[in-house]
Every structure is written in structure tokens, then in C-alpha cells.
Unconditional design. Structure first.
Length: 311
């Protein structure tokens, strides 16, 4: 079995795969062309087009992350080769931490205290009851469902939204356009953990942002394309005028790295992080990758990515 690996931690992945599969040939994508060709499997994150184009006998592609938007958009992606992606694989917990941090940032008024500190102003803010601070989670997949549960366990009422109906203990699960409107109409923070697909792009547009209660905040560790960035800026107002929304914590952007000229960098009520919410931990994810390879080889059914749906 030949596996070609392409990711930031390619050497670590190559070594871990070689150790677990001593009979396999595992090479990184910077190996000479002859060594990269005729792979049975690619294990990749942000694969370059040449790597996909030069393969002739692939049996499967393993996406070393949860989002497949980059892979599906790469020219040369062979049709009809099954793709699997990482499901949780150690990402849910750091994502839940990131989102909880964001929720607490607004719930505990850390945004307001930062402004007060700059003015040497000593003024405790009113602490709301958690029961009056509902959070909405868009996307209840491998990661989103864990985040919704973690927020619920932290004491917040949680409304979740997904394409198909779901049941998650303690979470009010909604779906469909009506469900989205219902969620947006009542949450203090909306968290977007959806994949980037044709159906989710700009899902938080000006009209939907306006449906959030005044003073609500947005936390986006999903994908930049989920939010119309211009509409978000308008809803936030500027340094002189407060807008409909209170603030945003953003980890992902339409263009990454976020260009230096983006107004989001300078906005006083936006916190920018550089796509770091939930990196793929090799030590946690390796078992899932090995299990995928064994299942491919055994011809077992796998939860493959649906390229039409885009996730
Ligand atoms: P999954 O594929 O497991 O789940 C996706 C969820 O989104 C499902 O609940 C799905 O609904 C829902 N969904 C998809 N399309 C729609 C739609 N049109 N309308 C409503 N709901 C929809 O993904 P993960 O939970 O593993 O990851 C989610 C995303 O998080 C990734 O795609 C990636 O973009 C992002 N991510 C970001 C990271 C970071 O570091 N910033 C790290 C990891 C992931 P249903 O359940 O009905 O299918």
C-alpha cells in the first residue's frame, strides 16, 4: 500500500503512519515525482493540484481535517475517488474551549472591561443570569454537537441548528429556514460551525444578522464564507457609533491570512484569531486515519464526503 501525505505536519504524519503500518510505503508530497506517483491513498490537508492530477490509481483520499471545502475546490480532484474526512479526531474539545471562551468574553463583559481599562474606569457591569443568555450553534456535526453540549453543560440554554433533525440532550435542536429564524430571534451569541458549501455561503447575511436581538454577538470558528463580512461590519457599527450587534470573535475569514487592509483588524469590537480554534492533533487523529485505511482495504462502507452537498 502506498500513501502520500501532504500537510503542515507531513513528516510527523509520515512517521506515525509508517510506524502503525510497517508494510506500507509512506512518502511526503515533497518526495521526488516517481516516489509520489501511483499512490493508493492520499492523506492530505490543502493538497496542491499537481499532487491530485498526477495520481492514476487512487483508492481513496483522507482529508486530514474536518472541512473539505479546499479539497473539493482543488482543480484536478479525481471524480469518483471516495473521500473521507476527520470526524472530531481530537478537534471537538479545543473547539468547545474556543467557543466557550468567546461566549464568556461577551457574557462576562470582557469586551467592555477592556474599554474601561483603557480609560482607567472602575465600573462592574451587571452580571446576567445564564438562564437569560441563550446561545445558538449553527452546525451540529461531529464538532458542533460537542460544542452545543459543552455550552449546555456550562449552564447556558442552547439552541442548535442543522440540515437534518437531530436530538442532543439538553439542546433545543432546530432545522429548516423557520428553525434558523427562530434561533436567530432569541440568542445572545450565534456560533457558526457549519461547513463551507454552496448552501451555507453567506448564511449570515445582512437580513439574517438583523434578526439577531440588538446587542447579540457572533462567534465564527467555522468558515469565513459563512458570514457576509461587509454586512457584519455594518451591523457592528464603527468606533463612533454602536451598531445592532455588540461584537464578534472571528477565527476564519473569506480570505486567509486576513489581509492587512481588512477593516476587521482595526474594528474595536472584533477579536481576530488566525484560524487556530481547533488544529488537527496528529496523536489523536492517527487512529482514525488507520481505521479508514483498513476499512478501505477491506471494502467496508465508510462515511464518505458527498461532493454535491459539499461536506
Ligand atoms: P460535520 O460535517 O460533522 O457537520 C456539519 C454540520 O453542518 C452538520 O450538522 C450538518 O447538518 C450541518 N450543515 C451542513 N450544511 C447545512 C445546511 N445547508 N443547513 C444547515 N445545516 C447544515 O462537520 P464538523 O462538525 O466536523 O465541522 C464543521 C466545520 O467546522 C468544518 O466544516 C470546518 O469548516 C470547521 N472547522 C474549523 C476549524 C478551525 O480551526 N477553525 C477546525 C475544524 C473544523 P446535518 O447534521 O444535518 O448533516
Amino acid at each position: 500500500m502506498k500513501i502520500v501525505v501532504h500537510t503542515d505536519d507531513a513528516t510527523q504524519w509520515r512517521d506515525a503512519l509508517s510506524e502503525a503500518l510497517p508494510n506500507a510505503t509512506v512518502v511526503t508530497s515533497d518526495a521526488p515525482e516517481e516516489a509520489r506517483q501511483d499512490a493508493d491513498y492520499l492523506a492530505v490537508w490543502k493538497a496542491p493540484a499537481y499532487l491530485l492530477k498526477e495520481q492514476t490509481r487512487l483508492k481513496g483520499i483522507i482529508n486530514l481535517g474536518a472541512g473539505v471545502d479546499h479539497l473539493l475546490g482543488t482543480p484536478g480532484l479525481p471524480a469518483n475517488v471516495p473521500i473521507v474526512k476527520l470526524r472530531d479526531a481530537g478537534m471537538s474539545e479545543p473547539m468547545a474551549d474556543y467557543v466557550l471562551y468567546g461566549v464568556l468574553h461577551f457574557y462576562r463583559s470582557m469586551d467592555r472591561y477592556a474599554v474601561q481599562q483603557a480609560n482607567a474606569e472602575w465600573q462592574p457591569q451587571r452580571l446576567a443570569d445564564k438562564a437569560d443568555w441563550p446561545i445558538g450553534v449553527l452546525g451540529l456535526g461531529a464538532i458542533g454537537a460537542h460544542v452545543a453540549s459543552a455550552l449546555q453543560q456550562a449552564g447556558f440554554p442552547v439552541l442548535g441548528w442543522s440540515r437534518s433533525p437531530k436530538t442532543i440532550t439538553g439542546v433545543q435542536c432546530l432545522h429548516g429556514d423557520e428553525g434558523l429564524d427562530k434561533l436567530l430571534g432569541q440568542v445572545q451569541s450565534v456560533v457558526t460551525i457549519l461547513p463551507d458549501t454552496p448552501a451555507t455561503q453567506s448564511i449570515l447575511n445582512a437580513e439574517r444578522l438583523a434578526k439577531l436581538p440588538k446587542g447579540a454577538s457572533v462567534i465564527n470558528p467555522g468558515r469565513g464564507s459563512l458570514i457576509d463580512e461587509q454586512a457584519l461590519l455594518e451591523a457592528l457599527g464603527d468606533s463612533a457609533t454602536s451598531g445592532h450587534l455588540r461584537g464578534a470573535l472571528l477565527d476564519v475569514f473569506c480570505e486567509e491570512p486576513l489581509p492587512a487592509k481588512s477593516s476587521l483588524w482595526q474594528h474595536p469590537r472584533v477579536v481576530v484569531t488566525p484560524h487556530m480554534a481547533a488544529p488537527t492533533p496528529v496523536n489523536d487523529a492517527i487512529d482514525q486515519v488507520i481505521a479508514y485505511l483498513h476499512a478501505f482495504e477491506a471494502g467496508e462502507d465508510l462515511p464518505t464526503v458527498n461532493p454535491t452537498q459539499g461536506y
